[in-house]
Write a protein that binds this ligand. Structure first.
Ligand code: MN
Length: 202
């Protein structure tokens, strides 16, 4: 059973002005579609075919570049679309807000740590908010299409929120101004979706 490109849960224009429609069209319709296609090609004939993407990444052979890059790309973008939305932003509430306050002291300090992880990831990659069993949250980043589900990426737990800092995610609208893209990202975070991931992952 092959993986399929998930539909965007909103229109291409929905995240404007923070993320522009053209970027969304190319990012979802070309980049994510490409990772999906190449993931399926990498799995063809393998005994991993039919497993969940989480299982595949959790026991990944990190020397398998095709599976690492495209399995990561498939999972990371699927997560990314799901934790953004129109009429979003603001702050988390409930258990997730408590976990963020426990780990970072305040929501503002969390935002600074997350933005710093995104800003200082050299080249291409992702910054993450992850939850560990028991409910502790942490911020980290990973290169390329790696993610915290993979073995030994120096970043653990289950990712519940992430930002793509590859240039393809922001260059059309922001050019080299990654910091502006990262601070605007907080205007489109769907905290209900992140909270649900937190509840499922803790
Ligand atoms: Mn991307």
């Amino acid at each position: 059973m092959a993986f399929t490109l998930p539909d965007l849960p909103y229109g291409h224009h929905a995240l404007e002005p923070y993320i522009d429609a053209w970027t969304m069209e190319i990012h979802h319709g070309k980049h994510h579609a490409g990772y999906t296609k190449k993931l399926n090609a990498a799995l063809e004939g393998s005994d991993l075919a039919g497993k969940s993407i989480e299982d595949i990444l959790g026991s990944l052979d990190m020397n398998n570049a095709a599976l690492r890059n495209n399995g990561g790309g498939y999972y990371n973008h699927s997560l990314f679309w799901s934790i953004m939305g129109p009429n979003a932003g603001g702050k988390p509430s409930g258990d997730l807000a408590d976990a963020i306050n426990t780990a970072f002291g305040s929501f503002d300090t969390f935002k600074e740590k997350f933005a710093s992880a995104a800003a200082t990831r050299f080249g291409s990659g992702w910054a993450w908010l992850c939850v560990h069993k028991g409910g502790k949250v942490e911020v980290c980043s990973s290169p390329n299409q790696d993610n915290p589900l993979m073995p030994d990426v120096g970043c653990g737990g289950t990712p519940i929120m992430g930002i793509d800092v590859w240039e393809h995610a922001y260059y059309l609208n922001y050019q080299n101004k990654r910091g502006d893209y990262v601070s605007n990202f907080f205007n489109v975070v769907n905290w209900d979706a992140v909270s649900k991931r937190y509840a499922d992952g803790k």
